[in-house]
Ligand binder design. Structure first.
Ligand SMILES: NC(=O)c1ccc[n+]([C@@H]2O[C@H](COP(=O)([O-])OP(=O)(O)OC[C@H]3O[C@@H](n4cnc5c(N)ncnc54)[C@H](O)[C@@H]3O)[C@@H](O)[C@H]2O)c1
Ligand SMILES: [Mg+2]
Length: 346
């Protein structure tokens, strides 16, 4: 069993430490991104996050009274994993396919590696843990591990889907860190991309509007989201998406935060709170985009937030409302709205 990454990587501490330690760490990371030799050397003494066809390896965290049933990311030293490869009779060269995702405060580099070519259960047995679908993993991890595992998966996915140049059709080649791919025929350099998405929680002052797509799990509702069209500003996307999906004209809006989201192919989420006037709440649903959109009371939202994991919601029974996991920025918007409602009521 390997020790938890949580003991090695605690970015929240960065905020309380001197900025110089942050600057040194970022400069170190920058060098590893750009210098193949330095990156390869860092890989030898670094840690690996393992994925099997993009599902991350998780292990059970020691249970505490307040956090039963949580999982953590095992921190696997490169050399230990080479030992695992030896036991499986596989080439150690697989380790060189790891991509750089972060480094600890002790400047130990962290990489993600997809071991889909290996037998899943054998790796689970030898490394201690289970490969779990990323959407499920978001309900099981807490703190900085969720964004780290998302970043690792997103970068692996980008490499898996950008093996060829869209100009020449020839293969592209990655640098050691995985921060870019180059086509030697066209000379084109490709960098990992995120698609900008605006997500918004609309309030009429006492209720908030949530919607669901037909593909969502039963009972799950989320804030309204939409991809930016080419050339649009955040405000233009926000107004257009709300008009398209639920036929409402917004009264006001403000940006609340941002987040990288690894689905469907890496989105850059810009989260907003928006309002409509109380007389302008009649939803006109675009059924091509959403299966349902409804106004929810504070009490309904508070009950949904109390659920720590998705309810069972069997077919044929009225589903219980639940919202995306705490890491999702939709969840944060909903929580902020509840806080606003509570402080407005005081
Ligand atoms: N992190 C969160 O809290 C959270 C919550 C809700 C949605 N999301 C994400 O927001 C994303 C966008 O929401 P949506 O599905 O309602 O968007 P949307 O309303 O723009 O509709 C999706 C459709 O837009 C089109 N589209 C345009 N540009 C696209 C692009 N770059 N990539 C993929 N499709 C594109 C496709 O036809 C797609 O079917 C979703 O993929 C979802 O993963 C995140
Ligand atoms: Mg949408």
């Amino acid at each position: 069993m390997f020790k938890s990454l949580r003991t090695l990587f605690r970015p929240e501490l960065v905020l309380t430490r001197s900025s110089s330690s942050y600057v040194t760490r970022m400069r170190h990371l920058m060098k590893l991104k750009e210098d193949d030799g330095a990156c390869l050397e860092a890989l030898r003494s670094g840690h690996l996050l393992l994925y099997h066809w993009l599902a991350p390896l998780l292990q059970k965290a020691p249970a505490t009274a307040s956090t039963p049933g949580l999982f953590q990311l095992p921190a696997i030293n490169t050399s230990d994993f080479e030992g695992v490869l030896d036991k499986l009779g596989k080439s150690r060269a697989l380790v060189n396919e790891a991509v750089l995702i972060a480094c600890t405060e002790q400047h130990e580099a962290q990489f993600s590696l997809d071991v889909g070519v290996l037998d899943k259960s054998e790796v689970e047995r030898l490394c201690g843990g289970a490969f779990i679908d990323l959407r499920k993993a978001f309900f099981l991890l807490r703190g900085p591990e969720a964004p780290l595992v998302a970043r690792g998966q997103a970068l692996l996915r980008w490499h898996q889907t950008h093996g060829f140049c869209s100009a020449s059709g020839h293969p592209t080649f990655r640098n050691q860190s995985g921060s870019q791919r180059v086509c030697h025929s066209s000379g084109q350099t490709y960098y990992p991309k995120m698609a900008p998405v605006v997500i918004t929680l609309i309030s009429d002052g006492t209720q908030c509007l949530l919607g669901r797509q037909a593909t969502f799990p039963r009972g799950m509702y989320s804030a309204l989201a939409g991809f930016c069209d080419m050339g649009e500003t955040i405000e233009e996307t926000l107004r257009r998406e709300v008009a398209e999906e639920v036929g409402l004209e917004l009264d006001s809006w403000r940006v609340s935060g941002t987040q990288h989201w690894p689905f469907p192919q890496s989105s850059f989420m810009v989260a907003c709170h928006a309002t409509v006037t109380p007389g302008n709440t009649q939803v006109s649903l675009n059924h091509e985009e959403l299966e349902d959109a409804r106004w929810f009371s504070l009490q309904e939202i508070e009950e949904a937030l109390r659920l720590k994991k998705p309810p069972r919601n069997p077919e044929g029974e009225t589903p219980t409302l639940w919202v995306p996991p705490s890491y999702a920025i939709a969840h944060q918007l909903v929580q902020e709205w509840v806080q606003q409602q509570r402080s407005a009521a005081r």
